[in-house]
Design a protein around this ligand. Structure first.
Ligand SMILES: [Zn+2]
Length: 342
């Protein structure tokens, strides 16, 4: 029982819900359903109630979705939730404007082209491709959330297909420039160097490793006018960090090249770090003598430095200081590095 306005009685009346056979027209298609309708308890007039009518429409729309093989509202919603995106972020990422996507979650029937896109991105591999193309449309926060989800979905999926797809994403189609040290990004080389450091340092924490990588690449550039890995480094508050650093480490853990463990490295301050251990004996013949010289020089120079010390040290470097926050550090600045290969 509900109280509704009846225009024949011109009064608020008790309304009774009864089912009724009704035909609806959706985009030129006719659907018959048993709809639930309110009637006036005094004069038996049919009464309109928006909330109730939406329920009936929902039934009709799901028949339409079934007939044309369109995703249901719940399916659409669960695809979005899988990637941790808000409705607005989803709409932006797909370049559908601000509200189109939300309307679909609110029951509007999606057009078939949009349905196809939604079905495609249910597969993380395709979502990765969209993300790569449109990540600039997302806020920094949403972009980070989606990246984390994608890298997690990739690690959960044991198919090598997806791993290689993710590797391609990490490599990107970056052009050779001052930010790559005039060298094509070589993910395999970067992984080898990470394993070399993990093997030659007694204990290596993730926060120290990223600075060692930066010093190696930049010192190599300072000495030989080309970078070693082609990796782009970003200026973060905690120092220079390889682009896609977390994803690369996660990938290596997944590939069983590295093991990652949480350790407390400053008990007094309760600082927790991630310790990396190489799971593989590194084959030194993979490197040239020049490469080994630079890696050993940096490894020895910073051997006694803890995470805080090497971070503070890197903050004093001109290439770091002369780059804006979250900006890529130009290898052209490597000539101002405080260290020289002796
Ligand atoms: Zn009435």
């Amino acid at each position: 029982m509900k109280n509704l306005y009846c225009s024949s009685c011109d009064n608020i009346v008790d309304a009774n819900l009864r089912s009724k056979d009704e035909e609806y027209d959706v985009r030129g298609d006719k659907f018959r359903i048993k709809s639930e309708v309110f009637f006036c308890s005094r004069c038996n007039e049919e009464l309109f109630d928006e909330e109730n009518e939406n329920k009936n429409l929902g039934k009709v729309y799901s028949l339409y979705r079934e007939k044309y093989n369109l995703l249901s509202v719940d399916q659409i919603k669960s695809i979005r939730e899988k990637y941790g995106l808000s409705q607005r972020a989803m709409s932006r990422l797909l370049d559908w404007g601000e509200v189109t996507y939300s309307r679909y979650e609110n029951g509007t029937i999606q057009d078939s082209a949009h349905n196809e896109v939604l079905e495609l991105i249910d597969n993380p591999k395709n979502m990765l491709a969209i993300y790569k193309k449109n990540q600039h449309l997302l806020s920094l926060h949403m972009s980070e959330v989606l990246r984390n989800r994608l890298s997690k979905l990739v690690s959960d999926d044991a198919t090598t297909n997806l791993i290689s797809c993710f590797e391609k994403f990490l490599i990107g189609d970056q052009k050779i420039s001052e930010y790559t040290g005039y060298c094509e990004f070589n993910l395999e080389k970067l992984k080898d160097i990470i394993l070399y450091i993990a093997t030659t340092q007694t204990v290596i924490l993730k926060t120290k490793l990223n600075k060692l990588l930066w010093y190696i690449d930049f010192l190599f550039f300072k000495t030989y006018s080309i970078s070693l890995t082609g990796c782009t480094y970003i200026r973060f508050p905690y120092g220079p960090i390889p682009n896609n650093y977390d994803d690369i480490i996660n990938l290596m853990v997944h590939e069983k090249l590295l093991e990652k463990n949480e350790i407390i490295y400053n008990r007094r301050k309760g600082i927790i770090g991630e310790r990396l251990t190489s799971q593989l004996k590194i084959d030194k013949t993979k490197f040239t003598t020049d490469e080994i010289r630079v890696m050993d020089f940096i490894g020895d120079y910073f051997r006694k430095f803890n995470c805080v010390e090497i971070t503070e040290y890197s903050h004093k470097e001109k290439p770091y200081k002369e780059t804006e926050e979250k900006g890529a550090i130009s290898y052209e600045l490597a000539k101002k590095l405080s260290l020289d290969l002796k």
